[in-house]
Design a protein around this ligand. Structure first.
Ligand code: PEP
Ligand code: MN
Length: 280
């Protein structure tokens, strides 16, 4: 890791953390923050129902991709630009902040300003031109680790964003490719403390894409919190069986609420703060 010695990701300023002051949501700095919502935006009714449920369960940020990078070009590609109106409605009608994935600079130009957090998905972790463009914004950037990236490659991708002036990068471990096929990916749980050793940036975990199975999401989530993660990004859908994408790894509303209660208990044990009052 020598090459990172003089870089901005290095723990030069332990005080620094990503803070989204709006609506009093914090990411990093000892807080535990949950981003939750469907894999993809499907329609207004499902989005609003999910948003209200995840908000009351304790999530602070709504996830819902408007554009989907899909392995097959024949599967659902996302709702598209018009979906931003639905996300804006969610922001108005709930206390949630909104985040979504950006795949291209065109999408960034069109809707970047409307989002509270911009996600760069694992397939774009090494799209250096896109990284530089989001680096020119002042938005928090949730950067997902590429499924085959070493931690050094991951941090150098973060460096592309930081080096052009945007210091608000949130790292996301989302599982890596291994020989194991029972899970969709292999959650590299030690990436959490390792990244914390190497950098001051907040680190969150995606228990949905790392496992690929709703049954394993609670264990992965608790392991992540116990390992020191600053938060989670979790896929939730009111009716996972009917979801347009990733239903098999999405929690239904009741399972999400149950998990949040357990996580809030664990957060107290591991000494993490929550911006929202801890649920009863
Ligand atoms: C996602 O979070 O919507 C996603 C596609 O995950 P990843 O980029 O980690 O594959
Ligand atoms: Mn998904």
């Amino acid at each position: 890791m020598d090459k990172l010695a003089d870089t901005k990701v290095k723990k030069q300023n332990p005080e620094h953390s990503t803070i989204i002051a709006e609506k009093n949501t914090h990411i990093g700095e000892g807080y535990f923050t949950v981003i939750a919502g469907p894999c993809a935006l499907e329609n207004e009714e499902i989005a609003l129902q999910t948003a209200r449920a995840v908000e009351s369960a304790g999530a602070e940020i709504f996830r819902s991709s408007l554009f989907k990078p899909r392995t097959s070009p024949y599967t659902y590609q996302g709702y598209g630009f018009e979906g931003i109106e639905i996300l804006k409605k969610i922001k108005k009608e709930t206390s949630l902040l909104i985040e979504s994935e950006i795949l291209t600079t065109e999408q960034l130009e069109n809707i970047g300003d409307e989002l509270d957090i911009i996600r760069i998905g694992s397939r774009n972790m090494d799209n250096y031109e896109l990284l530089k463009e989001v680096g020119k914004t002042n938005k928090p950037i949730l950067l997902k680790r590429n499924m085959s990236a070493t931690l050094e490659e991951f941090l150098l991708a973060a460096e592309y964003i930081l080096s052009v002036g945007n210091e608000n990068v949130i790292l996301c471990e989302r599982g890596i490719r291994t020989f194991e096929s029972y899970t969709r990916n292999t959650l590299d749980i030690l990436a959490v403390p390792a990244l914390k050793e190497l950098t001051h940036l907040p680190v969150i975990v995606d228990p949905s894409h790392s496992t690929g199975k709703a049954s394993l999401v609670p264990s992965a989530s608790k392991a992540a919190l116990a390992a020191g993660a600053d938060g989670l990004i979790i896929e939730v859908h009111p009716n996972p069986e009917k979801a347009f994408s990733d239903g098999e790894q999405s929690l239904d509303l009741d399972s999400f609420e149950k998990l949040m209660k357990e996580l809030y208990e664990l957060a107290k044990v591991v000494g993490k703060k929550t911006s929202k009052p801890v649920l009863a």
